[in-house]
Design a protein around this ligand. Structure first.
Ligand code: ZN
Length: 150
């Protein structure tokens, strides 16, 4: 099994069995994301303890890549503080937008599966939607106005 098959299996698995699917009620912050290019929609709800995401859920409807990306993201960010989340988000963004022969950044763990999307530039927004939505949710909690996710 080569790396590409492994990545595809991770995406298919998370699309079929999304982790942390649903809604936290009550939650400390939330945001809606919409990717008009594909029609993906998702809502993130988060519980925040001090500076740390203690729990997160997502719900919505979208393509396999947007669903798998949100599922992988919720697993990856639980227990991280905002600084670590910003770092991780930047790494994911680099992995999604680098050229297809560039090395995948170290330390992404299962999120490295998303790097396969860089072969399909039209799908990058599907994979990055949940991360933009997360940024908007965290910014809203900090008292700034909501960020557009488009
Ligand atoms: Zn999509």
């Amino acid at each position: 099994m080569d790396l590409k098959d492994l990545y595809r299996d991770v995406i298919l698995d998370h699309n079929k069995k999304p982790r942390n699917f649903g809604k936290l009620e009550p939650c400390d912050t939330s945001a809606d994301g919409h990717n008009p290019l594909c029609g993906d929609r998702l809502t993130l709800t988060l519980r925040i303890d001090g500076d740390t995401v203690s729990d997160v859920r997502f719900e919505g409807q979208g393509c396999a890549i947007s669903t798998a990306s949100a599922s992988l993201m919720t697993e990856a960010i639980k227990g991280l503080d905002e600084t670590a989340i910003t770092t991780l988000s930047e790494m994911v963004h680099r992995a999604l937008t680098s050229s297809s022969d560039a090395a995948i950044p170290e330390g992404l763990g299962k999120l490295a599966a998303l790097a396969g999307v860089r072969e399909y530039p039209a799908r990058v927004k599907c994979a990055s939607l949940c991360w933009h939505t997360l940024t908007a949710a965290l910014a809203r909690r900090d008292g700034s106005t909501a960020v557009s996710t488009e």
